[in-house]
Write a protein that binds this ligand. Structure first.
Ligand code: URP
Ligand code: ZN
Ligand code: ZN
Length: 499
């Protein structure tokens, strides 16, 4: 007799963003076919006794085999980054196709797609980085790419070679609105960072700890404030990437309270590391250089509160790997100044285990919130739901079976990405992914990799509700109701609406 399911995961506790319950999971082909008890026969049985069954992690911010702002290629290949991701319980990633100045965006996407297609072990898509939003890019490439299923754009307001000024930010927001794309922003005030850096360097303050001082909190607060106001002007939803400060989170909270559609992300480095990590001898501290910088215990508490309250909705890795050698962190030599060190740290492998340890094992916010922040809400925000981030019939069978009791001491040597170190070295984490499935296939079995290189699939998507404007506030209400609506804004009003 043909078994009822290809695979049944039996005897575990399923955790979704709604809560935890004893259940089996039946899989047919690549999808979840049933969630319940006493499921029928299966071709392949997986025991999950004493285990937690959770959706695979959805990491919506990772730099993979990417030409970065500093002009350097990240340390990873798609193969190494997604091997690390799978072993750490992440089954979907949104990486970046990075247009630099002078590049044709469609060609950029083609090139990055070829790399991912050949190398990825997990399912993937891209945010489109726009560093050169020319009229042609916005009028031709962006609409064409949105039709092909790229539903989000990323811009930077800092980094010399990537930053987009206010005028061009507005161009990007308007193009995103016309094409229903979510805009993600690295929001820091470039002038403040440049001004601080110049003065620190001129006074001989070259040590890595000055990286933190060179990106004062004000730079982030102002960067976010400004994006809030530009977003409000055009009623175009914006996601603020990697919020690091208490005040940055508060800006987002206030904006949301005003009815402005702003989303916020933070990352494990801002929840688990502090600027004390810069007090290491010599160049070693370069491993902890990322932007915005790691901050203080008070910021950590504020970020956890913001996650609890829903002011911030996702936790991604911002995986940005550079080796601790002349190819990466030490490209300017062992005595490099803080501002000569490429910014970024690896995190794609440990994002899920670090958060499982904090949220599930140590009970900070709990298991359902862990699923919400690492899988289900990221999937919804970026148009990947219902395929990703859910354990329900019809969803892709992307599942992590967690051993909640396994203790792991983190070492550099155990990491699978190509960085050669982890900033979380020495920590003991409770809870680890024992089995990982992607679309019904076991890709990690008892910690051992089983996936074939190139088995990950591209995920075309539309942006969904998160990118829909509020429909209530376009432009400057009071002035426009007196003076009339300029035609370039009128086109943006919802059908039948007048100011
Ligand atoms: O320091 C970081 N985060 N580097 C990666 C690029 C970015 O800023 O997101
Ligand atoms: Zn960034
Ligand atoms: Zn980033």
């Amino acid at each position: 007799m043909t078994p009822a399911f290809d695979t049944v995961i039996r005897g575990g506790t399923v955790v979704t963003s709604g809560g935890a319950f004893r259940s089996d999971v039946g899989i047919r082909g690549e999808t979840i076919a049933a969630v319940g008890l006493d499921l029928g026969t299966a071709g392949h049985e997986i025991s999950a006794a004493d285990r937690l069954i959770m959706p695979g992690g959805v990491d919506t911010h990772a730099h993979i085999q990417q030409l970065s702002a500093s002009g350097k290629l990240n340390a990873d290949t798609w193969e190494s980054a997604t091997t690390a991701a799978a072993i750490g319980g992440t089954t979907t990633v949104i990486a970046f196709a990075a247009q630099h100045i002078g590049m044709n965006l469609s060609k950029v996407v083609e090139d990055y797609s070829a790399l991912a297609r050949a190398g990825s072990l997990i399912d993937y898509t891209f945010h489109l980085i726009l560093a050169d939003p020319t009229p042609e890019t916005l009028a031709e490439d962006v609409p064409a790419l949105m039709k092909q299923g790229y539903a989000s754009i990323k811009i930077f307001t800092t980094y010399e070679r990537m930053k987009v000024d206010d005028e061009h930010v507005l161009d990007v927001l308007l193009a995103a609105r016309a094409n229903r794309a979510l805009v993600c922003v690295h929001a820091e005030n470039h002038g403040v960072i440049k001004w601080m850096t110049k003065r620190l360097v001129a006074r001989g303050h070259h040590a890595m700890k000055f990286h933190a001082l060179s990106h004062p909190r004000t730079a982030e607060i102002d960067g976010i404030e400004r994006m809030v106001r530009l977003s409000a002007l055009l009623d175009q939803p914006v996601m603020i990437f990697h919020v690091s400060t208490a005040e940055g989170a508060a800006v987002i909270r206030r904006a949301r309270g005003e009815g402005i559609k702003i989303f916020g992300e933070t990352c494990p480095q801002y929840l688990f590391l502090t600027d004390d990590d810069f007090d290491r001898p010599g160049a070693e501290a370069a491993k902890w250089v990322c932007s915005p910088p790691i901050r203080t215990p008070a910021d950590q508490d504020a970020l956890w509160r913001a996650l609890a309250l829903g002011d911030l909705q996702t936790i991604s890795s911002d995986h940005a790997p550079y080796r601790f050698d002349e190819s990466g962190k030490l490209a300017s030599g062992p005595n490099a100044r803080f501002d000569q060190v490429p910014s970024g740290m690896p995190g794609i492998e440990l994002r899920m285990p670090l958060l499982f340890d904090a949220m599930v094992s140590r009970r900070r916010l709990g298991a359902a919130k862990f699923v919400e922040l690492t899988a289900s809400v990221p999937a919804r925000l970026y148009g990947l739901h219902p395929r990703k981030g859910a354990i329900e019939p019809g969803a892709d069978a992307d599942i992590v079976i967690w051993d909640p009791d396994r203790e792991t001491v983190i070492s550099d040597a155990m990491m699978h990405d190509n960085t050669g170190f982890t900033p979380f070295v020495g920590r003991t984490l409770r809870g680890w992914p024992s089995t990982v499935l992607i679309r019904g296939n076991v890709v990690v079995d008892d910690g051992a990799l089983k996936a074939a290189v190139g088995s990950g699939k591209f995920l075309p998507r539309t942006a969904g509700l998160s990118a829909d404007p509020m429909g209530t506030q376009v432009g400057d209400h009071t002035t426009m109701s007196r003076m009339g609506i300029p035609d370039f804004l009128e086109a943006m009003l919802p059908a039948g609406k007048r100011l």
